[in-house]
Structure formats: structure tokens, C-alpha cells
Design a protein around this ligand. Sequence first.
Ligand SMILES: Cc1cc2nc3c(=O)[nH]c(=O)nc-3n(C[C@H](O)[C@H](O)[C@H](O)COP(=O)(O)OP(=O)(O)OC[C@H]3O[C@@H](n4cnc5c(N)ncnc54)[C@H](O)[C@@H]3O)c2cc1C
Length: 396
Amino acid sequence: METFDWIVIGNGLAGAALSYELARLGLAVLLVDDGDPNSATRCSYGGIAYWSGTDAITRELCRLGIERHRQLSDELGAATEFRELDLLLTFPPEVDGANLVGQYGRFAIAPQLISPQEAHELEPQLNVDAIGGAFTVRHGHVNPIKTIEGVNQAVRRLGGQQLFATVTGLVRVNNRVTGMMTATQAYAAGNVVVAAGGYSRTMLRNARLSVPLYHTHAEIVALPEVDQPLRALIMPGVATRFAAEAAASDPATDSLWDGPPHKIAPPVLDAGVIRFLDGSTYVGQVSRFRTDLGTDAIAAVQSEAVIRQGSVPQMPCLANVPGQWRHCLVTFSRDGLPLIGPLPGVEGLHIFSGFTSPFAVLLPIAQRFASWVNHKQQTVADDLIEKMLVTRFSDS
Ligand SMILES: Cc1cc2nc3c(=O)[nH]c(=O)nc-3n(C[C@H](O)[C@H](O)[C@H](O)COP(=O)(O)OP(=O)(O)OC[C@H]3O[C@@H](n4cnc5c(N)ncnc54)[C@H](O)[C@@H]3O)c2cc1C
């Protein structure tokens, strides 16, 4: 049986980028994914918030991330459809935008407050009567699916292998993970990394390991074709889901995530719209704070109606455009930084998950993480990676 240097579980943005960086170092990589079309990456807007760094670490990551995106199509020999566009963070008429200026001032490049009319000039499809104004900033954008495809092709060119199968378990011999299993076969590796997004916590729990990772059920409506050339990416100026994420990841509620299905907080709507270059458009998003993984408890028709009601008043051109409701899991950590690195007490097993706003920061993290794990035996220090290690939560 072939023994890979690394098996990467999950071909979302995290697993794809990491497998690429490991393959670039000349390592033998197997990237495995179950092919679920509703991964978080495949439901994502693909926005690159390179302006959003708030401290030395995130500012540096954003700077490195946007530099990489700007040349990634050339590097991969495949179009990621990178472009820069206006982000419009709209707020309703009853909100006084002046009260939000302080909240946006903490970012490396602060979004600027503009009137409804100015927002309409940036995005002519916006209904000026439905908004009180907006904050705007230049934002990067890629097509998430094309980006993953381009990265996967590059991995294969570098000799990496891709497997389409569901991982059913990890192979563990005493305190060492030596590979993973699918329904039909076991695969051996020197190292296994779990980059399975919202499924990572459960996969590790099944291997009797606990990590403080949480998820939301995110729901969007995908419109295959919108004729109007929407120019801007629209998102809410007052995002409601951060308070719910804080409640969901509170240490006091942590054990609920390993018990029977539990509703942690009421669902929230963050109205957003992005039109991709091929005319397909995502309208989002409902976030649901439930500890289970499936969609059984979610009423799709009702959810689609809520999503449409959130966006159509702002963007009347989207009314009656046929679409398909889609659902995915989005994972996050307790402190906004990802959970990466070797899992304590088990050799050969790593995690690479829990990214917030990953399109801005993930490419440089994957590059530095790959280099860090590859040189770890020689104890090459990397302050940035070490701040993100899963061991920072060891006490809790
Ligand atoms: C509507 C929406 C809009 C968003 N917009 C943005 C944005 O503009 N900018 C931004 O930075 N972020 C955005 N995000 C967040 C971002 O998309 C996610 O954080 C990111 O894509 C997560 O990537 P991931 O690789 O960690 O997880 P995923 O993309 O979920 O990938 C995990 C993969 O693991 C696979 N998997 C799981 N279990 C198994 C198994 N047992 N065996 C095999 N494979 C398995 C899954 O099928 C999946 O392909 C958005 C998210 C949503 C929902």
C-alpha cells in the first residue's frame, strides 16, 4: 500500500490551499473529499476582505493574502476570476449611519459612510428608498469554485492525488494516527490533516478527540442567471450574527455541541447579494445555530422566503428570478482565529479549520503552515502560526 506524506481531508478552500502548499514542497499528498456540492466554499460569495485587518497579525495576513490573489491565476495557469469591486455594507432607513462610523474605524482600511444616492451610483440596481445609506470600501473577489478547481489542477500537476470518497474514520494505532478509511479501503500516511469545515469537530469526536470548533447552518438562494449586471457585492452594514456566534462558542455551552441536537440561538438573516461573472447570483444568508449537522429540522421553503424578503426590497431586480435553496455548514472558532496544528496527545494528526473570512487570509496561512510543519523537526519558529495553534485552548 502506498504511504502518503500527507492525507488532507476536505477540499474546501482550507484543504485545497493546504494540499497545494504541501505539494509545492515536494510532499506526496492525497486530497480526499466527499464531493458535496454544498460545502461552505461552494456556497460562498468569494469576497476578499483585505481591508479588514484589525491588529498586527490580521493586517499582515490580509496584505499577504491580497498580493497572492492578485497573481494566483498566473501562478495556477487557471482563472480564479479575481477582480476588485465595491463592497456596499447597507443599513436600513431607521439606522443612523453616523452611529456606526466608530465600529468601522478599527479596520486597516476603514469603509466610508455614503448616502443612499451615492450607493445607488456605485450599484444602480439598489433601491434608494430601501436603505438609509451604506459603508463602502474596495473589496477583492474570486469565483470560489473556479479557484478550488485551479488549485486542484495545480496539485495534480505537482504529483498530488485526489480521491472522491467519504472518510468514515481515522486509522489509529495506540497514540498515532496512521491514515484514514473510506467505506471500501484504508489509506496510509505519515500525517493526516482534518480540513473538513463544519464536519471537523464531529470527525474528531468520532476519534475520541475534542476541539472547540462550532458551526452555523448557512442558507442561500442560488439564482442560475441574473440578466442585470450587478456591479457591487452587497452585505449588511449591521451584521447580526456575531453576537449569536459569541453565544454559540461560549465555553459554558461547549458541551452542548457533543450532546443531542440543540438549538443554541435563534436564526439570523444577513441580507447579501453577489453576481458572479457568468451571471449566476447568490442571495443570502440565513445563519442557524443548531448543533446537529443535517437539514431535517430546516424548512427550506420558509427559509428561501425569508432570504428573498431580506434582499428584494433593496434589489428589486431579483424579484421572481427562479433559484434554488442551498444549505451548508460554516465553522468558526471562539476567538476569530483558525484552529490549526498538531492535535495534542496524538501523533500524526493535525487540524486546519475554523477560519473566519478565509478568502482574505487563508492563502498565506496555508503557505506558512505547510512550511512550518515540514520544518518542525528543525524547530523553525513562526510566531504567526504559533498564535493559531489548537493548543491555545488546551486548558479549556
Ligand atoms: C453564504 C456565504 C457567503 C460567504 N462569503 C464569504 C466571503 O465573501 N468571504 C470569505 O472569506 N468567506 C465567506 N464565507 C465563509 C467561507 O466560505 C467559509 O469559511 C470557507 O469556505 C470554509 O472553507 P473550509 O475549507 O474550511 O470548509 P468547506 O468549504 O465546508 O470544506 C470542507 C470540505 O470537507 C468535505 N467533507 C466533510 N466531511 C467529509 C468526509 N467525512 N469525507 C470527505 N470529505 C468531507 C466537505 O464536503 C467539504 O467539501 C461565506 C460563507 C457562506 C455560507
